[in-house]
Design a protein around this ligand. Structure first.
Ligand code: CAA
Length: 256
């Protein structure tokens, strides 16, 4: 497929996808979702890519779902637009490799929802976050009503969605919506440093950690702890676990 909105670069086991539709502040339209699903089809079976980074071109990460596309929709089309986006973001969240959002600018509405479907978020000082759908007389449609409260707590989710306020990267850091804030020019360097660190870890342990952390919050503590113990046991069948411990004891770097 020839991509028109996505720019994809893969090197040193890290894929960087830049959403590039700067004239519309990278607003998410159906074309974006088709391209992104196609990219995920290609990515999922690959074993050489260990981390995915998402960012946006220009002054926005993503300024939301495409209002110019939504304005013509009826109820059935709105439902289809929402479920297509939700399924895509679920797919992103469930990738076996970690996904980092490098939030370079506006992450509003669907853009904040996309960032929240990533495993964690690093933001430029210039980034702005919010769910401004109320200003359009609508509710969020790509699961902000669910992910925002899980990430930041009920009060922050209700505050952000009901007021439609836009907040700074520092405020997003304070409420746990982002994990790190950088100078704008240092954003990609910092994200690539974190991505390289993760890519250098044993991929089996990285994938299992991601899977059980995510599975655990959807179930009881007891059930999730049992899941952890089962997975902890299973890893002793993996060469990479044996190698990690041996390398420590032999005072050398592990050879995964
Ligand atoms: N959809 C479509 N086009 C958008 C857009 C969006 N979400 N956001 C920005 N654009 C377009 C603008 O229409 C404008 O296009 P033209 O040059 O053709 O007029 C271009 O991008 C540049 O935008 P502005 O001139 O508005 O730029 P600005 O710097 O003055 O303002 C902004 C930036 C504050 C982000 C402003 O663009 C804005 O408020 N955008 C809309 C944000 C929004 O409401 N997002 C939520 C969308 S609804 C949603 O996402 C629902 C869901 O959950 C599924």
């Amino acid at each position: 497929m020839e991509y028109q909105i996505l720019k994809i670069q893969i090197s040193d086991r890290i894929a960087v996808v830049t959403i590039s539709r700067p004239a519309a502040l990278n607003a998410l339209n159906t074309k974006f979702f088709k391209e992104f699903n196609h990219f995920l089809d290609d990515l999922e079976p690959r074993e050489d890519v260990k981390v995915l980074v998402l960012t946006g071109e220009g002054k926005a990460f993503v300024a939301g779902a495409d209002i110019a596309e939504m304005v013509h929709m009826d109820s059935d089309e709105g439902y289809a637009f929402s479920t297509f986006g939700q399924r895509t973001f679920d797919r992103l969240e469930q990738l076996s490799i970690p996904v980092i959002a490098a939030v370079n600018g506006y992450a509003l509405g669907g853009g904040c929802e996309l960032a929240m479907a990533c495993d964690f978020r690093v933001a430029s000082k210039l980034a702005k976050f919010g769910q401004p759908e109320m200003n359009l007389g609508m509710i969020p449609g790509y699961a902000a009503t669910q992910r925002l409260s899980r990430l930041t707590g009920l009060g922050n989710a209700l505050y952000l969605i009901l007021t439609a306020d836009t907040i700074t990267a520092e405020d997003a850091l304070r409420i746990g919506l982002v994990q790190k804030v950088t100078e704008p020019e240092m954003l990609m360097a910092e994200v690539m440093k974190l991505a390289s660190k993760i890519a250098a870890n044993g991929s089996q342990a990285v994938a299992t950690s991601k899977r059980i952390i995510r599975a655990g919050i959807a179930t009881s503590f007891q059930h999730a702890s049992e899941l952890e113990a089962v997975e902890f046991g299973k890893q002793f069948n993996h060469e990479s676990t044996k190698e990690g411990m041996k390398a420590f004891l032999e005072k050398r770097k592990p050879d995964w």
